[in-house]
Design a protein around this ligand. Structure first.
Ligand code: FPP
Length: 243
């Protein structure tokens, strides 16, 4: 049923993103440790990526770890670090098969050289292929830090005389931001909270936002397809009058 619906969805050119929230509460509810909750979260990532490729999305950006998440307990961060490495090891062959191009963005150097090396390797082996879907993973990412860094780079270009102040535009910002997308069309947040949590702040100007109470480990392909269908039935006016 979901499979039939899926095949009729064609969201080419659409950039979607997900704030995957609720792993901790799901773990608590199921009386297991938080790392096992994140592990279940990675299983869901695999299914949703497959679904996103079938729906012909241009890109899917996932908020895996924010700048604020560094203040979590060391044990949890170590669990996430191990999960990132094992997810890359086990999933990259499948991503190549599905023609998915992987790209990590944010400051993830504090996870250590083993993570940085695994990421660089995964990006390079998925880079050359004609991609069906761009999968962007935000790791050590914060929207404010992204904007501040872009402002610094732009100011340097102005100071060096490479960029006249009056030429600073939206495109200038997109070019200097770390997030590898321009306009964000759809944002989904799981886990019941109605907030943005410092995700793609600059990109959210005209984004359609959907919130669901479902905890990320319980989020299914069926619910994802329903979100995509609701998005494709939305009239986007971008501030213009259409009546
Ligand atoms: C949000 O749930 C989840 C995270 C902060 C971590 C998610 C990270 C992964 C699933 C690993 C991803 C790795 C790859 C390579 C995709 P939460 O712990 O904030 O949940 P809570 O709000 O219920 O506590």
């Amino acid at each position: 049923m979901a499979e039939n619906k899926q095949s009729s969805l064609n969201l080419s050119g659409i950039n979607a993103a997900i704030i995957m929230d609720g792993n901790g509460r799901w773990a608590k509810r199921n009386a297991i440790n938080v790392t096992s909750g994140h592990e279940k979260g990675v299983d869901v990532v695999r299914k949703i990526v497959e679904s996103a490729a079938k729906a012909h999305l241009e890109s899917l950006s996932l908020y895996a770890f924010s700048t604020e998440n560094w203040s979590r307990p060391k044990k949890e961060i170590l669990g996430i670090k191990k999960l990132i490495i094992s997810a890359i090891d086990s999933q990259v062959p499948e991503l190549i098969n599905q023609k998915v191009r992987l790209n990590f963005f944010g400051d993830y150097s504090s996870f250590g050289n083993d993570v940085v090396d695994a990421i660089e390797q995964a990006e390079s082996v998925t880079a050359s292929q004609e991609s069906r879907l761009k999968l962007n993973i935000a790791l050590g990412y914060g929207g404010r830090a992204d904007i501040i860094e872009a402002a610094k780079l732009i100011s340097t270009d102005v100071k060096l005389g490479k960029l006249p102040v009056e030429d600073i535009s939206n495109e200038t910002f997109f070019k200097h931001l770390k997030a590898p997308i321009n306009e964000l069309d759809l944002l989904i947040r799981t886990g019941g909270d109605h907030r943005i949590s410092n995700f793609l702040l600059y990109h959210l100007a005209y984004t359609e936002i959907q919130f669901t109470d479902t905890l990320w480990p319980d989020f299914t392909e069926e619910e994802f397809i329903k979100c995509l269908e609701a998005f494709s039935n939305t009239e986007r006016r971008f501030g213009k009058r259409t009546l």
